[in-house]
Design a protein. Structure first.
Ligand code: ADP
Ligand code: MG
Ligand code: ZN
Length: 620
């Protein structure tokens, strides 16, 4: 298609568009045109009587007299004169219907007046699709910008001037809230930060499993800072035509910059921001162009505009590294699965809107739902309320909650496993075993965190150690200590339960690997100072490949025997150690069962004997 016919096509399209618009929308007189803001304020002030929702506008009447000081006086006068008739533009506002219901406003959808609307809703998209596919075919070598009509495609950008969510609605994620606090004070008063030449981070990435409240948290930031919230979801870009996504991103940033202090939220960033160009063929230009446009936009504004970009993802590992560079999403806020205290707080937040029976202790419900995320807990509360309603009870009882947990669990079991009380006990002792072995073995890294919250990706718990300094050389003693720590979990299981489980498989793999290296590579065995490793010739990528030196059967047996010996010795040492410290082992396991996560200071407080049990008053 050459330039001339393209211009003609655009003109024809515009003419059709104008014709349709003027045909389908009879001249409206006698209505006051409100901004969406004013409409929302009126609604909140109980000032709306009824509304008609159509895809193109919202029409309705206000109550009379109009509540004072919600809209400017001249509008109040107009409304009075026109029996309260008004119109306002539609905004993609998911909370509108709920709010209308809450305020008892009567509302209805549009009466279809078929011909023009059908044409509008089918004809134009069809023509546009034809148009885009034509230029899309030739436009991929361009820079992703498509002139003219494109700029108007703001269909899926949703803007909310008043999100109606605050930090109080997001429970159990105190650390994340703390990290977001700085952004909120910046959004409230950008000048104060930029006057002294300071630079605010432009982008922050919320990272965490699905349902932990990332989207909610992003909205709450807008709510706390009282700024508009522009949002768009990465997954919506996946199937649009070439150029549309990039134009939409540019549009999004333009709108936000015009608004001033505001939040741009890009949900499901991974759908859009996957690593570019490895082994992909066709159909990905669109995503790449959109991603490139996003990078350009993020580089192209400075923080003095007061715009902050928030992203959310549950798969940070697939993101294109370019997105994570300084000046883009260079700060990460982890929104993790809630611990027992967090779960209780979330349950409390959601239970506010229902009537709860006297026999319900939310702490107990929290204890019964390990591994549940905020969305699951919201689900539990909702299910329980529905069950109680069906049984026509006056309040939601423990039995309703029990059944609700079972239902939600059944739903979850398809996705991941929920662990039983007994399994939880085993995991607690297992992790306590690791932690104690680490604490009492010389030359190991200090225990940083112990958790028995299932991660949903295989692990039922973990003990995290953090090095105090970078290490390049390890002594034989230190390597032995590491093996002992790895086997500490299984040793605790043997000691307490007399039997062992499959839960230590990964530990055993790693211990065996470490012992194998000591024997084969580091000359730390009875076989002496020999190394049994050699480099094979480089493969086609130029990387040398590791291999083993060919050894005879006797040597191979001797190697295996040495690995066995190292492992067995370490296991015996771990058993002896934990047997000596059995009291501590029990205390730590019990503390874990109670609060699921122990951080470094809580752990140290127990092993140093300063307090027998972790301050119980925090969890009543
Ligand atoms: P994500 O974006 O991380 O997948 P969402 O923000 O969409 O999770 O959460 C879905 C719903 O679950 C929320 O609308 C809310 O009702 C509930 N929820 C999730 N996390 C929390 C939380 N921390 N506090 C209160 N409610 C939560
Ligand atoms: Mg989300
Ligand atoms: Zn383990």
């Amino acid at each position: 298609m050459d330039g001339k016919s393209r211009v003609i096509l655009i003109v024809v399209l515009l003419l059709i568009l104008i014709g349709l618009l003027s045909y389908s929308r009879p001249a409206t007189t006698g209505e006051v045109s409100l901004t969406y803001d004013q409409f929302k304020s009126l609604l909140n002030a109980d000032g709306i009587r009824d509304v008609l929702l159509t895809p193109r506008e919202i029409r309705g009447t206000t109550r009379l007299p109009v509540p004072r000081e919600v809209v400017p006086p001249h509008m109040t006068a107009d409304l009075q004169r026109l029996d309260g008739r008004f119109t306002t533009g539609p905004v993609d506002d998911p909370q509108l219907v709920a709010l209308l219901e809450e305020k008892g406003v009567s509302f209805r959808g549009a009466n279809p007046d078929p011909s023009p609307r059908l044409l509008l809703s089918w004809g134009i998209p069809l023509l546009l699709m034809l148009f885009f596919s034509l230029i899309g075919r030739r436009g991929t070598q361009g820079n992703g910008s498509v002139p003219g009509v494109m700029g108007k495609s703001r269909a899926r950008i949703s803007v909310q001037t008043d999100v109606g969510v605050s930090f109080a609605d997001v429970a159990g994620v105190d650390e994340a809230k703390e990290e977001l606090q700085e952004i909120i004070s910046f959004l409230r008063n950008p000048e104060r930060f930029t006057r002294l030449g300071g630079k605010m981070p432009k982008g922050m990435l919320l990272v965490g499993p699905p349902g932990t409240g990332k989207t909610l948290l992003a909205k709450a930031v807008a709510g706390e800072a009282n700024v508009p919230f522009f949002s768009i979801s990465g997954s919506e870009f996946v199937e649009v035509y070439v150029g549309v996504g990039a134009a939409r991103v540019r549009d999004l940033f333009d709108q936000a910059k015009k608004t001033g202090s505001s939040i741009i939220f890009i949900d499901e960033l991974d759908a859009l921001g996957k690593v570019r160009g490895i082994g992909q063929s066709g159909g990905h230009e669109e995503r790449e162009q959109t991603l490139n446009q996003l990078l350009v936009e993020m580089d192209g504004f400075d923080s003095s505009t007061g715009v902050v970009v928030l992203g959310a993802t549950n798969r940070p590992e697939v993101l294109d590294p370019a997105l994570l560079r300084p000046g883009r999403f260079d700060r990460h806020v982890v929104v993790d699965r809630p611990d027992i205290g967090g779960r209780e707080a979330i349950l409390r937040a959601h239970a506010k809107s229902i009537r709860i029976g006297d026999d319900v202790d939310l702490h107990v419900i929290a204890a019964r739902t390990p591994g549940f995320v905020g969305a699951d807990l919201a689900n539990v509360v909702n299910e329980a309320a529905l069950l109680a309603a069906r049984r026509e009870k006056a309040a939601v009882t423990l039995a309703d909650f029990d059944e609700a947990i079972d239902r939600v669990t059944t739903g979850l079991q398809k996705k991941s496993r929920r662990i039983s009380e007994r399994e939880k006990r085993i995991v607690a002792y297992h992790e306590a075993g690791h932690a104690l072995a680490a604490h009492f073995s010389p030359g190991t890294e200090p225990v940083h965190k112990i958790s028995i919250i299932p991660t949903g990706i295989g692990a039922l718990g973990y003990t995290q150690q953090l090095p105090e300094e970078d290490r390049y050389l390890l002594t034989e003693g230190e390597l032995r200590s590491r093996i002992r720590v790895l086997l500490g979990g299984r040793a605790a299981e043997r000691l307490i339960f007399g039997e062992v489980t499959t839960g230590a498989q990964n530990d055993l793999t790693r211990a065996t690997e470490l012992a194998g290296r000591m024997v084969r590579e580091y000359g730390m065995s009875r076989l002496g100072l020999v190394t049994f490793r050699e480099m094979r010739p480089a493969n086609f990528l130029g990387l040398p490949q590791e291999g083993q030196r060919a050894v005879g059967p006797e040597t191979a047996q001797a190697l295996d025997a040495e690995v066995d010996r190292l492992i067995n010795e370490a296991f015996q040492e771990a058993l002896t150690l934990l047997d000596e410290k059995r009291g501590l082992l029990e205390t730590i396991a019990n503390a874990l069962l109670m609060r699921e996560v122990l951080d470094r200071s809580q752990f140290l407080r127990i092993v140093d004997g300063r307090s027998g049990s972790p301050d119980p008053d925090r969890w009543t």
